[in-house]
Design a protein around this ligand. Structure first.
Ligand SMILES: Cc1cc2nc3c(=O)[nH]c(=O)nc-3n(C[C@H](O)[C@H](O)[C@H](O)COP(=O)(O)OP(=O)(O)OC[C@H]3O[C@@H](n4cnc5c(N)ncnc54)[C@H](O)[C@@H]3O)c2cc1C
Ligand SMILES: *[C@@H]1O[C@H](CO)[C@@H](O)[C@H](O)[C@H]1NC(C)=O
Ligand SMILES: *[C@@H]1O[C@H](CO)[C@@H](O)[C@H](O)[C@H]1NC(C)=O
Ligand SMILES: *[C@@H]1O[C@H](CO)[C@@H](O)[C@H](O)[C@H]1NC(C)=O
Ligand SMILES: *[C@@H]1O[C@H](CO)[C@@H](O)[C@H](O)[C@H]1NC(C)=O
Ligand SMILES: *[C@@H]1O[C@H](CO)[C@@H](O)[C@H](O)[C@H]1NC(C)=O
Ligand SMILES: *[C@@H]1O[C@H](CO)[C@@H](O)[C@H](O)[C@H]1NC(C)=O
Ligand SMILES: *[C@@H]1O[C@H](CO)[C@@H](O)[C@H](O)[C@H]1NC(C)=O
Ligand SMILES: *[C@@H]1O[C@H](CO)[C@@H](O)[C@H](O)[C@H]1NC(C)=O
Ligand SMILES: *[C@@H]1O[C@H](CO)[C@@H](O)[C@H](O)[C@H]1NC(C)=O
Ligand SMILES: *[C@@H]1O[C@H](CO)[C@@H](O)[C@H](O)[C@H]1NC(C)=O
Ligand SMILES: *[C@@H]1O[C@H](CO)[C@@H](O)[C@H](O)[C@H]1NC(C)=O
Ligand SMILES: *[C@@H]1O[C@H](CO)[C@@H](O)[C@H](O)[C@H]1NC(C)=O
Length: 579
């Protein structure tokens, strides 16, 4: 960001700058701050922003770099260049998945300012009222209910016009959207004839696929895109006017290895205040005089806790880590959505293969994007979603948050795989299970905090999940039976028909939707399980909160970034109230 060059001058002149900064130089960082935030990701930058509205000093330690100007991050359609296995990714894979042919799935996590909000697919979905009311019920804190959280929706969201500036009447209900928040979003900014075919399905198969203009209302897809560019927590909550606050420092390239109790804290109630981190091959510490906030995400937050002696005591001892707190829920209850990609060969030359397979055309579109922030690259691959309930669900076995919440999701795209096969034009429907009942875990297998954690989402561990994802695939196929596609679809790229064949297809194809949650679950104050109280304080210690996707009490039937933004907005308020 812009402040960078200016600040290296302050270093060479050895004058201690009293202005805040984003820096890669540990020499510019103070020894003590009121709050140290571990992870400059989706939640971490919300907290940094909101706490520095007050007279608190805040340090953010982010392991990755600042890539907010990089076209692979800013151009929405280039989301597949952002991850997995890139310079912006932690490059994690799962352990072999028993129910998915023992495949080790890619498990991307943002390794840059903005965290996963800088590499995600940008779908803006809030989850249902029932999901939020369940959060309140699961924690015994009505402050997490849908009604109580409304003000944070409006603090977070800023709805902006789509890149093509078309009239969006009928596509969205502006009254239920925020217009003055920090995180910008918009409807898809490039519409073509395929979008009209998808909407036509809602006229032709209205029982299964009724039209719903705005899934964020009582339930067009809004994305965290504005003026044709990605909006992440780095571009919004850490925009230059916030990054330059004198009470905020952001250190990039700083990988936190452990957190430690303060030297004078008692064993009975350890007071965490010291943060140990690695930068440029050297280990450093910094101190939080008020609180440490862990915001390293659903995988690295439990890993840092475990390496710091906060976890199941016997599991820690087996790794030669001295337990400080016997917190047996740390890393457990990992829950994630999974999806299966389904593609059809189509009789069209207007799919996105026209530019994913043609470098000349792609260069022209990048030029258009550069000049005017318009064209197909402003879209984030799927312009439409469908949310569906399983038709014959037994209420006693229904894992959804309520009768108005979905089990399944379809993500519909005007093209197939990226990069494309050598020939053909495609349409793709990714079919996802959004109420999984399988539970996995994040564990460690050494005492070295630099070793990658073991990630086991344990996909398709239950009969419900196996049958529900099969229903999702069948529902995707039903979508393609609408008459509007009869002269459009040439053939399916798979010919599995029996349940066994479909299951085999699922096992060979399923992938994570990259929505891991609940590895440091919030639970009621007096619960026997869980890692944080409803005020996000870690049970059994002082000086430590967790604010990121790991604290979600259950996986919402929605993409998870909005939940994380809202948890972080309220979490910041809870911290302010404490101090
Ligand atoms: C590829 C992908 C696509 C997705 N698509 C969507 C979507 O379309 N819509 C949606 O709503 N959600 C989507 N999600 C999910 C959503 O982005 C995440 O749920 C959300 O961003 C998680 O926020 P977080 O704050 O918990 O973690 P993150 O945003 O991942 O932040 C964690 C931060 O901590 C840093 N960090 C980690 N460990 C350390 C350490 N040891 N020291 C210092 N720093 C550290 C990381 O580098 C990162 O910056 C997607 C996620 C991915 C990965
Ligand atoms: C963007 O991603 C593409 C594809 O992975 C890669 O070739 C290119 O080098 C990346 N660009 C930058 C600036 O990193
Ligand atoms: C992931 O791999 C890329 C490329 O191989 C690398 O640049 C990046 O630093 C790796 N991420 C981490 C966290 O090591
Ligand atoms: C760092 O310390 C200096 C000198 O005491 C002070 O002026 C500055 O405000 C501090 N920075 C932050 C972000 O607290
Ligand atoms: C620890 O020391 C700090 C000052 O360094 C003091 O403010 C705090 O009260 C002490 N805490 C305990 C538990 O003794
Ligand atoms: C820094 O800490 C890490 C993790 O504890 C350790 O593996 C490494 O050896 C340390 N490096 C130095 C230079 O001390
Ligand atoms: C915890 O330690 C910090 C840093 O030493 C200190 O400022 C704070 O007062 C301590 N809190 C408690 C409850 O002891
Ligand atoms: C840790 O807590 C778990 C349950 O929460 C309990 O079963 C176990 O015995 C405890 N271990 C130790 C060493 O206290
Ligand atoms: C997982 O979550 C469930 C429901 O919240 C809870 O009953 C269970 O104890 C949790 N498991 C662990 C190991 O924390
Ligand atoms: C594709 O559509 C054209 C008419 O638009 C038709 O002539 C042609 O036969 C179709 N091709 C296939 C493979 O269906
Ligand atoms: C690739 O795109 C260029 C520029 O739009 C176009 O002239 C050319 O015909 C395209 N090539 C193919 C094979 O479609
Ligand atoms: C949108 O992007 C264009 C092209 O970079 C720029 O000229 C324009 O000022 C931007 N508009 C807004 C509202 O940011
Ligand atoms: C369809 O089934 C046949 C016979 O089993 C097989 O050879 C072919 O590869 C399959 N096609 C696809 C697209 O899976």
């Amino acid at each position: 960001m812009l402040l960078h060059a200016f600040l290296s001058i302050s270093l060479t002149t050895l004058i201690r700058e009293s202005i805040g900064k984003i820096t890669a130089s540990v020499g510019e960082i103070n020894q003590t701050y009121d709050f140290v935030v571990v992870g400059g990701g989706t939640a971490g930058l919300v907290i940094a922003n909101r706490l520095t509205e007050e007279d608190f000093t805040v340090l953010v330690l982010e392991a990755g770099g600042d890539h907010s100007e990089d076209m692979n991050i800013t151009i929405p359609f280039f989301v597949t260049n952002a991850a997995p296995f890139t310079e912006y990714d932690w490059n994690y894979t799962t352990v072999p998945q028993n129910n998915l042919e023992n495949r080790q799935l890619a498990y991307p996590r943002g390794f840059l300012l903005g965290g996963s909000s800088s590499i995600n697919s940008m779908a803006y979905t809030r989850a249902s009222k029932e999901d939020w009311d369940l959060f309140a019920k699961e924690t015994g804190d009505g402050g997490w209910s849908w009604d109580a959280m409304q003000k944070y929706i409006f603090r977070n969201e800023k709805l902006t016009p789509p890149a093509d500036h078309r009239n969006t009447a009928g596509e969205i209900n502006p009254a239920i959207h925020g217009h003055h928040g920090l995180n910008k979003d918009s409807l898809p900014g490039f519409i073509d004839s395929f979008d009209r075919m998808v909407i036509q399905v809602s006229n032709e198969l209205p029982e299964t696929f009724p039209y719903n203009s705005d899934p964020n209302g009582p339930v067009g897809l809004v994305g965290t895109v504005s003026n044709g560019s990605r909006s992440s927590s780095a571009t919004s909550y850490l925009a230059p006017q916030f990054a330059s606050r004198r009470n905020l420092d952001v250190l990039i390239g700083a990988r936190v290895t452990r957190i430690l109790p303060s030297p004078n804290s008692t064993a009975k109630r350890p007071n965490f205040s010291v943060v140990e981190f690695l930068q440029d091959g050297m280990n450093w510490t910094t101190t939080a005089s008020k609180e440490i906030i862990l915001s390293a995400g659903s995988i690295n937050t439990p890993a840092i806790l475990l390496h710091s002696g906060i976890g199941d005591a016997s599991e820690l001892l087996a790794m030669n880590i001295t337990p400080i707190v016997n917190a047996s829920s740390v890393g457990k209850n990992l829950t994630d959505h999974l999806f299966v990609s389904n593609t059809w060969l189509v009789n069209s030359t207007e799919t996105f293969e026209r530019f994913t397979r043609n470098a000349t055309k792609l260069a022209e579109l990048v030029e258009e994007w550069n000049n005017s922030r318009t064209g197909p690259l402003v879209n984030h691959i799927s312009n439409q979603l469908a949310w569906l309930r399983l038709p014959d669900i037994d209420p006693a076995e229904d894992p959804s948050a309520g009768p108005n919440s979905p089990h399944l999701e379809l993500l519909i795209a005007n093209g197939g795989a990226i990069p494309p096969p050598p020939e053909g034009n495609f349409m793709r429907i990714s079919a996802a299970l959004v109420t999984p009942t399988s539970r996995g875990a994040v564990t460690i297998n050494s005492s070295n905090p630099l070793d990658p954690p073991l990630i086991n989402p344990n996909f398709l561990d239950t009969e419900f999940d196996k049958s529900a994802i099969r229903s999702a695939v069948l529902t995707a196929r039903k979508f393609t039976t609408a008459p509007v596609f009869s002269d459009y679809i040439i053939s399916s790229t798979t010919n599995s028909t029996t349940d066994a064949e479909i299951d085999a297809y699922i096992q060979s194809m399923a992938e994570s939707v990259d929505h891991p949650v609940s590895t440091a679950k919030m639970s009621p104050v007096d619960a026997e399980y869980g890692v944080v109280d409803p005020d996000l304080k870690v049970k059994g210690v002082t000086g430590l909160r967790i604010i990121d996707a790991s604290v979600l009490p259950h996986i919402p039937a929605a993409h998870t970034q909005v939940s994380v933004y809202l948890f972080a907005e309220r979490g910041s308020d809870l911290i302010k109230k404490s101090w």
